[in-house]
Design a protein around this ligand. Structure first.
Ligand code: COA
Length: 261
């Protein structure tokens, strides 16, 4: 496993846990942290030992309190666009990963932190979590995909209220709004919940799991006809030996032994 400065990686039962580790800065995403996150995700794409990924934050207070504001002094029109596109690219890498990615959101998820959580496939928050997109208070706007993903997750009204006022919502409100899947008392419980969900996903055919993620992505990206992507993916599933195995196992009243092929 590569060594990183601002993230910690660990692997257990085929789950890679990536912990953003700058607790003294509430895990703010500076450029090195983003680069390391990108490398870790890229490696996970190709690592056969990794079947799923959990992303969380170090410390008790924060998941990620946003992009690192200390680096904002460098931003101009030209490199501002690059800054946004680089973040969008890394978060798209997470969103398009065909292995499930779960965010364990343990505290502040603000700005780029809220956007990072939203790029993950499933979100589990702890009771002390607050989500927010406070960028307008700094004179900018959410630019790591936040304007798009927040609207798609919670709807136009709440998304606009959050992004225009910059105010935070707590974990219970996020649950009501569909921004998170579950709220757990603390980090330990949230990690256990994430692992429980992963183990349920791991029982299913990996190629079909990846194709579901891809189909759902196409519902959001609008660059492809999602119904066509779905029909093509279904056809592709029908070609796999896991499909034969899944149906045979059901008919023979036994557990399937999926091979991911
Ligand atoms: N970028 C850089 N540093 C950050 C940061 C960010 N997004 N968020 C927090 N920090 C740093 C603080 O500067 C402080 O560093 P210091 O101890 O060297 O001064 C440290 O993290 C602790 O933060 P602090 O503000 O003292 O904690 P708090 O409990 O009083 O407040 C927040 C917590 C999250 C409400 C507050 O830190 C905050 O508003 N952060 C910025 C959130 C934001 O606007 N994010 C979007 C950026 S686009």
């Amino acid at each position: 496993m590569p060594t990183y400065k601002n993230i910690i990686e660990s692997i257990d039962e085929n789950i890679l846990t990536i912990t953003i580790n700058r607790p003294d800065k509430l895990n703010a995403l500076n450029s090195l942290t983003l680069l390391e996150l990108k490398k870790a995700i890229e490696n996970a794409y190709d690592d056969h030992l990794v079947q799923g990924i959990i992303i969380t934050g170090a410390g008790k207070k924060s998941f990620v309190a946003g992009a690192d504001i200390a680096e904002f002094t460098e931003l101009t029109e030209l490199n501002g666009r690059k800054f946004a596109e680089k973040g969008q690219e890394i978060f798209a890498l997470i969103e398009h990963c065909l292995k499930p990615v779960i965010a364990v959101v343990n505290g502040y998820a603000l700005g780029g932190g809220c956007e990072l959580a939203m790029a993950c496939h499933i979100r589990i928050a702890t009771e002390n979590t607050f989500f927010g997109q406070p960028e307008v208070s700094l004179g900018i706007l959410p630019a790591y995909g936040g304007t798009q993903r927040l609207t798609s997750l919670v709807g136009r009204g709440l998304a606009l209220e959050m992004m225009l006022t910059g105010e935070m919502i707590d974990a219970q409100k996020a649950l009501q709004a569909g921004l998170v899947n579950h709220v757990m008392p603390g980090k330990e419980e949230a990690m256990l919940k994430a692992k429980e969900i992963m183990s349920k996903i791991f029982k299913n055919a990996p190629l079909a799991v990846g194709m579901v993620i891809n189909c759902v992505d196409s519902a959001i990206s609008k660059t492809e006809d999602g119904f066509q992507v779905e029909a093509n993916s279904f056809a592709n599933c029908c070609k796999t030996s896991d499909f034969r195995e899944g149906t045979s196992a059901f008919l023979e009243k036994r557990k399937p032994d999926f091979k991911g092929e």
